[in-house]
Design a binder for this molecule. Structure first.
Ligand code: ADE
Ligand code: ZN
Length: 322
């Protein structure tokens, strides 16, 4: 089967985390910033573990400044995604990296990214929606500021609010204020949980934040009652197998719980997370699922149906991608 041409719905990517290393290296050279420590000899991003990944991610973002650069980045990554058959995608954007939490600056960044999405839809036939995302390890104040930025700009391109970063820093309830603000602004909600955190943290995330999707959520597999709740409440899991393997959240493709999650009735989707960091693409994710678990076209189609149902978009867009 040719996996690259299968149509795909992808709900979990980080915009800055999609930046190819060459894109970041060139910006660093132009701005005379020494980023040599974040690259391996072969030019790819270099990190030891999740904490180190988060730190080089933040370092790469220091050279990504200004709406115009985000316009170029968004256009480039959407062309790439479309080449792998992605027809609808959502991306996490953080005011921390787009104007440092200033609402007026964030508006300009968001406008540039939304314009890139409009242009990519016309040229590459791919639809993008944005999820304003707080970064846990940037601290409580910055998370609240992200929620303020999100609430001020909700609607149109910006359809969601999310939480990423170091999952084990703080407790889910610490972010309730920000999620309540985003919910009031009619944004749809997702949070990274259960990538590293145990089932108790996933439960706390559902209880305190009222999210309708979970980033990763894979450790739910350890708790049958939680899995039942996820199935009953139709909480969609944004599963990113390649990311989990490279960051060693699981020991390898064979050990990935995606089949167990699916068999337990959890709504599952598949995404790349930060593709160049994890040497992956949506085509590679599909190939991995096929090779490891024997998944076929019907399995991939089911991912799209689940993805379309859980997408943070209006019903006309949903119908178009179903
Ligand atoms: N930010 C970018 N990628 C992430 C991941 N896999 N988990 C948490 N935060 C992230
Ligand atoms: Zn993620």
């Amino acid at each position: 089967m040719t996996y690259s041409t299968l149509p795909k719905v992808e709900l979990h990517t980080h915009l800055e985390g999609m930046a190819p290393p060459d894109f970041i290296r060139q910006l660093a050279a132009e701005k005379k910033v020494d980023l040599s420590g974040i690259f391996a000899d072969d030019g790819s991003y270099l990190f030891r573990d999740f904490a180190h990944f988060l730190s080089i991610y933040d370092e790469a973002c220091t050279v990504l400044t200004g709406p115009e650069e985000f316009y170029r980045l968004t256009r480039a990554v959407l062309t790439q995604s479309a080449a792998h058959g992605v027809i609808y995608t959502e991306t996490f954007l953080s005011p921390d990296f787009c104007g440092g939490g200033d609402v007026a600056a964030w508006r300009d960044y968001l406008a540039a990214i939304a314009q890139a999405a409009t242009d990519a839809e016309r040229d590459d036939g791919i639809v993008l929606r944005g999820i304003a995302t707080a970064v846990r390890h940037h601290g409580q104040d910055s998370c609240r500021q992200t929620a303020r930025c999100a609430a001020e700009t909700a609607g149109g391109f910006l359809t969601g609010f999310g939480l990423a970063g170091a999952e084990l820093e703080g407790r889910p309830a610490d972010f309730k204020y920000s999620f309540d603000m985003a919910r009031e602004a009619q944004l749809q909600l997702t949070a990274h949980a259960g990538e590293w955190g145990d089932p108790g943290r996933i439960t706390e995330t559902l209880d305190a934040l009222g999210v309708e999707r979970l980033g990763h959520g894979i450790r739910a597999v350890e708790d049958a009652a939680l899995l039942q709740r996820i199935a009953d409440e139709n909480i969609t899991l944004e599963v990113c197998p390649g990311s989990n393997v490279v960051l060693q959240a699981v020991s390898g493709w064979d050990a990935h719980p995606i089949v167990k999650l699916r068999d337990a009735g959890a709504p599952i989707t598949v995404s790349t997370d930060d593709p160049p960091f994890f040497h992956t693409t949506m085509t590679a994710e599909y190939e991995g699922l096929s090779k490891t678990f024997g998944w076929e076209e019907a399995d991939f189609h089911a991912l799209n149906v689940t993805g379309a149902k859980a997408a943070f978009c209006d019903d006309a867009t949903r119908t178009a991608i179903l």
